[in-house]
Design a protein around this ligand. Structure first.
Ligand SMILES: [Zn+2]
Length: 146
């Protein structure tokens, strides 16, 4: 990692709280799709990607994924390297995890068991069909027993 880039990175990060697990919010420029951005020699670099390289070493050509869903966050504790499809699966999983409650998961499984068709069921709960399928096959929410 370029020393100048590293310096810019530390100057641009805002630490919101004292707790180490809080998001580090990027306080400088923002890219068109909402990620933190810094300029170096006329090149635009994404702040969370710079953070990942500083903390984890050189990016082997992977996506940098946020576990916190905060695009401006640069806390390495919330970042990891992953491939793009993992990125999508990640989002879907967490989206579902946020929207559904344990009670809803139980209801979904009970309704499917009682013969409610899967597509209408997914629609009813506002979740994707693949996500519904993972719920019904215990790949998602494996700890919720019905
Ligand atoms: Zn974060």
């Amino acid at each position: 990692m370029d020393r100048k880039v590293e310096k810019k990175f530390w100057e641009g990060v805002r630490f919101l709280g004292a707790a180490p697990d809080e998001c580090w919010i990027w306080g400088r420029g923002k890219s068109g799709n909402g990620y933190g951005e810094l300029m170096q020699d006329g090149l635009k670099l994404l702040a969370h990607r710079v953070s990942a390289e500083i903390h984890f070493g050189e990016n082997p050509g992977l996506d940098v994924l946020h576990s916190c869903d905060v695009k401006l966050c640069c806390n390495p504790a919330h970042l990891r390297y992953g491939n793009p499809s993992e990125n999508m699966r990640d989002k879907l999983e967490r989206h579902g995890g946020k929207t559904l409650t344990v009670q809803m998961v139980k209801t979904i499984r009970a309704m499917a068991k009682s013969g409610v068709k899967h597509y209408p069921l997914a629609k009813m709960f506002g979740i994707s069909y693949p996500y519904l399928w993972r719920i019904l096959t215990w790949q998602s929410w494996p700890t919720v027993d019905y």
